[in-house]
Design a protein around this ligand. Structure first.
Ligand code: PLP
Length: 389
């Protein structure tokens, strides 16, 4: 009998798992809009443009051709082929079909990757502020996050910062460049430093390449392309940001054979393969060479430059990010250190919605994340509103 009472509870493993704080902000914004206020929504994390027509058409064609049955669980051949070519051309990663698995977006790819690499008590190093779900994904695998402030990386160099955190339990380094929320892009020399430590200490690198296409200054490289790194790097890709496909839920993971069978098992036992017509659309997106990505980068750069200037003129402090589509704004002087209070103050005074920096880790306190991925009228509205701050 007592068993029946305790059965009616969630499983213990879900108890520590977080639920996005950003939902709280979204709810506040929706309440404000419903009460008649006009809100400039810079709190989001999505491309502002719709999914390009040629991608939607590929999905429609697949549906009309009856591509509605189970696909091979690792991905349809035409998509795997398109990914293989793209990896060789853009990322300089040599990977065969067997080294690639199609997943239901970046989050799913990361989930499967952490589950396939980390054992309880293993330590994984990453930079903070970080994309919020990473901490939960890591903790859910039983591993322990070891954080390095991005400021320390910028000031003292990445190699020293990592070496200071190494212990006998260190198993992995998670790299996210361009980074959400800071927009930092690691230079090739930084990647070489990370690679040197990883090789010396026999570590795995999990590289989250979600924003690989959104680069505004210089070039960007994939750490898996560095000498001797392909055998110890798991690269996680998503079509969400590059192709404005956040709602389609599709991405892919590239990994050496050490982990690929485990990752494939995770994919099979979680989603049993990604929706078949979606995979046809993804193949069209990845095969596209029309210059769509270059045009989008131009649109983002324009918005970034306008917003960075307006923020700095308003007395807030904001570096110009080299990649992704976020501004990580230092509000300590103007609005104070408590980033939840600062977010509310900015929302009340200007109608600008943002995300408190502390949501991305303690190192984000005193900052607000704002997205410049917005239609031009919203960007102009935000610039106007900042003049009134
Ligand atoms: N990685 C980073 C750093 C992100 O910011 C995101 C989404 O915001 C993802 C991965 C996952 O994207 P998705 O699950 O939409 O493919």
């Amino acid at each position: 009998m007592p068993n029946q009472i305790t059965s009616l509870q969630p499983a213990h493993r879900t108890e520590q798992l977080g639920f996005s704080d950003i939902v709280k902000i979204r709810n506040r914004v929706i309440d404000l809009i419903q009460s008649g206020a006009s809100v400039l929504r810079l709190e989001g994390g999505e491309p502002f443009a719709p999914t390009p027509a040629f991608i939607k058409e590929a999905m429609i064609r697949a549906l009309e051709e009856g591509q509605t049955r189970y696909a091979p669980s690792s991905g349809i051949p035409s998509l795997l082929e398109a990914i293989e070519t793209k990896l060789a051309e853009k990322n300089r990663i040599v990977a065969g079909r067997n080294d690639i698995v199609v997943v239901a977006g970046g989050m799913h790819g990361l989930f499967c990757s952490f589950q396939s690499t980390m054992n309880p008590e293993d330590e994984i190093i990453f930079f903070s502020p970080y994309w919020t779900p990473i901490r939960d994904l890591v903790s859910f695998s039983g591993a322990v996050p070891v954080l390095i402030p991005w400021d320390e990386v910028r000031e003292g160099g990445v190699e020293e910062a990592i070496r200071r955190r190494l212990t006998s339990r260190t198993r992995a380094i998670y790299v996210n460049s361009p980074s959400n929320p800071t927009g930092d892009v690691l230079a090739r020399t930084d990647l070489e430093s990370i690679a040197r430590v990883a090789i010396e200490r026999n570590l795995v690198v999990i590289s989250d390449e979600a924003y690989e296409d959104l680069i505004y200054e210089g070039t960007r490289e994939s750490i898996a392309s560095l000498p001797d790194m392909a055998g110890r790097t798991i690269s996680v890709y998503t079509l969400s940001k590059s192709y404005a496909m956040t709602g389609w839920r599709v991405g892919y993971v590239v990994a050496p054979q050490t982990w690929m069978p485990s990752i494939k098992k995770m994919v099979l036992n979680s989603v049993n393969g990604v929706s078949t017509p979606t995979q046809f659309a993804a193949a069209a997106a990845i095969s596209d060479r029309s210059g769509h990505l270059t045009a989008m980068v131009g649109e983002y750069r324009l918005r970034r430059d306008l917003m960075v200037r307006a923020l700095n003129e308003s007395g807030l402090r904001c570096r110009s990010p080299k990649g992704a589509f976020y501004l990580f704004v230092d509000v300590r002087e103007r609005l104070g250190v408590d980033s939840w209070a600062a977010m509310n103050q900015l929302l009340d005074k200007t109608g600008i919605a943002s995300v408190p920096g502390v949501v991305f880790g303690q190192e984000g306190e005193g900052h607000l994340r704002m997205s410049f991925s917005n239609p031009m009228d919203v960007v102009e509205g935000a610039i106007d509103a900042l003049r009134r701050l």
